[in-house]
Design a protein around this ligand. Structure first.
Ligand SMILES: [Zn+2]
Length: 62
């Protein structure tokens, strides 16, 4: 069963997310070690918002 290929980042993320963590928790969200802290989530949100913002070059071209 080796060689399963994840075609999208989303699929790879989901597979990793649903897999039990190394600490014996079936749901990594339940694991204190694996789950993201509030600070980490806030930082990720900032990063993702930055990526979602349209490129400034678009405004220059207009
Ligand atoms: Zn864990």
């Amino acid at each position: 069963m080796a060689g399963r290929i994840c075609r999208t980042a989303e699929e790879a993320f989901r597979l990793g997310w649903e897999e039990p963590c190394d600490h014996g928790f079936a749901d990594p969200g339940e694991c204190r070690t694996c789950r993201l802290s509030d600070a980490e989530i806030a930082r990720l949100a900032v990063l993702l918002n930055g990526l979602a913002t349209p490129a400034p070059a678009e405004r220059l071209a207009a």
